[in-house]
Design a protein around this ligand. Structure first.
Ligand code: S3P
Length: 441
């Protein structure tokens, strides 16, 4: 049985971390391309599509809605419906994918039929009112069938009208859901963001010929009415996911003598704040843009050389730009000199796990002095990282990966339980860990 299928894995301390890695494709971009290519006329070819559980889930949903998708070698070919989706038989199971359920809700609000979406226990505990409220305002009928505004979610689409919407939380998923519904609305749909969030939806729509207007914190598009946009299939090249590269960036940045080179990584300014934070902590990180004209966003090679880091504070508008990397900021903080503070990050409590609780619990198990706060945590470094302990994944993919990076600096091997969740976003993680000199078995 391979380590990826097994329930637990033991990571040993690593004295030398060094290597060149190509990380898998960007999860956010892969989700959006799966959906938009399914809406397009013709067959899109996608290089670098992330072949992980979340992305297979979204492809299966799109197939149920009338698209065709198949991998030939490393290339995904998606043939879209070129118009309205087909009404699926039965409930769409979105597994663990928050991006899948929330973004697809926007497209389904524009379809003249009723669809029900559900997911696993974690997804069914995550807040969905943030998408149902704007969709109802636009004219869709949306029922949240779970407890406290959670999935299953039943959507009856119809004639939508454009709205001006200011999401109460900084969320690219909410913004994207509203813009996707706006494609099927009469009139203009505008999202006004208090803090900017990742802009892959805006970029991909623009690349497909849908005019998206960005004016300061206002993002808007003109609806095409119930028929939806007429978009054409095209070729895409998905960059490597900086949220996956982040594990190796942090691992190398935190250890003197460590170095990694990561070619082909996406360098979206709304996604690379971890690099700014680590630089502020003293890390040496260089980015060299590549000239691949087929890339759907800027990408290039990230080179990291390890240094002794010092603590920092991460808060405010920086948070949405590294929301998925905050467990790694905590890991870097544990290894840095002095105090690291994470604030304004209450949103972490409604990710795949309560990531404030789950990170604090696991850091504590590893002997790190960390204090839980309602909206973040305070970490006192540098810690003597304790091995010989067992880490709980909380069923949240980013947890075991982040803790594996800390385990490389422990004084004895660390066991990580329930690691199948890693397949959600990074099935090759353990192989890549070995490629840079780590031991995991
Ligand atoms: C995502 C946006 C973020 C992020 C998630 C992917 C996206 O969620 O945490 O992993 O693809 O739009 P929020 O926008 O809800 O913060």
């Amino acid at each position: 049985m391979s380590s990826q299928q097994s329930k637990s894995i033991t990571v040993s301390p690593c004295t030398r971390l060094h290597g060149v890695l190509s990380v898998p494709g960007d999860k956010s971009i892969s989700h959006r391309i799966a959906m938009l290519a399914s809406l397009a006329s013709g067959t899109s070819t996608v290089r670098g599509f992330l072949r992980s559980e979340d992305c297979v889930t979204i492809l299966e949903a799109m197939i149920r809605l009338g698209a065709r998708a198949e991998f030939t070698g490393g290339v995904l070919r998606i043939t879209g419906t070129g118009g309205p989706f087909q009404c699926p038989a039965g409930v769409l199971d979105m597994g663990n994918s928050g991006t899948g359920i929330r973004l697809l809700a926007g497209l389904l609000a524009g379809q003249a039929f009723t669809t029900e979406m559900t997911g696993d226990a974690s997804l069914r505990s995550r807040p969905m009112r943030r998408v149902s409220e704007p969709l109802v305002r636009m004219g869709a009928a949306v029922e949240l069938l779970g407890n406290n505004g959670c999935a299953p979610i039943r959507i009856t689409g119809g004639t939508l009208r454009g709205i001006d919407y200011a999401p109460p939380v900084a969320s690219a998923q909410v913004k994207s859901c509203v813009l996707f519904a706006g494609l099927f609305a009469e009139g203009r749909t505008t999202v006004v963001e208090a803090s900017p969030t990742r802009d892959h939806t805006e970029r991909l729509l623009t690349a497909m010929g849908v005019p998206v207007r960005v004016d300061g914190n206002r993002v808007s598009l003109q609806g095409y009415g119930a028929a939806g946009p007429k978009i054409q299939a095209r070729a895409w090249n998905v960059p490597g996911d900086i949220s996956s590269a982040a594990f190796w960036i942090t691992a190398a940045a935190c250890r003197e003598g460590g170095s990694v080179e990561l070619p082909g990584v996406g360098w979206n300014p709304r996604r690379n704040a971890l690099v700014s934070v680590l630089r502020r902590m003293g890390a040496s990180i260089h980015f060299e843009a590549s000239t691949d004209a087929t890339a759907c966003e800027e990408m290039g090679t990230i080179r990291v050389e390890g240094r002794r880091l010092r603590g920092t504070e991460v808060c405010g508008a920086e948070i949405p730009d590294l929301i998925d990397e905050l467990p790694l900021v905590a890991v870097a903080g544990a290894l840095a000199e002095g105090r690291t503070v994470i604030r304004d990050a209450a949103e972490l409590r409604v990710k795949e796990s309560d990531r404030i609780r789950s990170v604090v619990d696991n850091l504590t198990r590893m002997g790190v002095r960390v204090e839980e706060q309602p909206d973040g945590m305070v970490i006192e470094g540098p810690a003597t990282v304790r091995g010989g302990v067992t880490i709980d994944s909380y069923g949240d993919h980013r947890l075991p990966m982040a803790m594996a990076i800390l385990a490389l600096s422990a004084d004895a091997p660390v066991r990580l339980d329930d690691i199948a969740c890693v397949n959600k976003s990074y099935p090759e993680f353990w192989d890549d860990l070995r490629k840079v000199g780590g031991h995991a078995e």
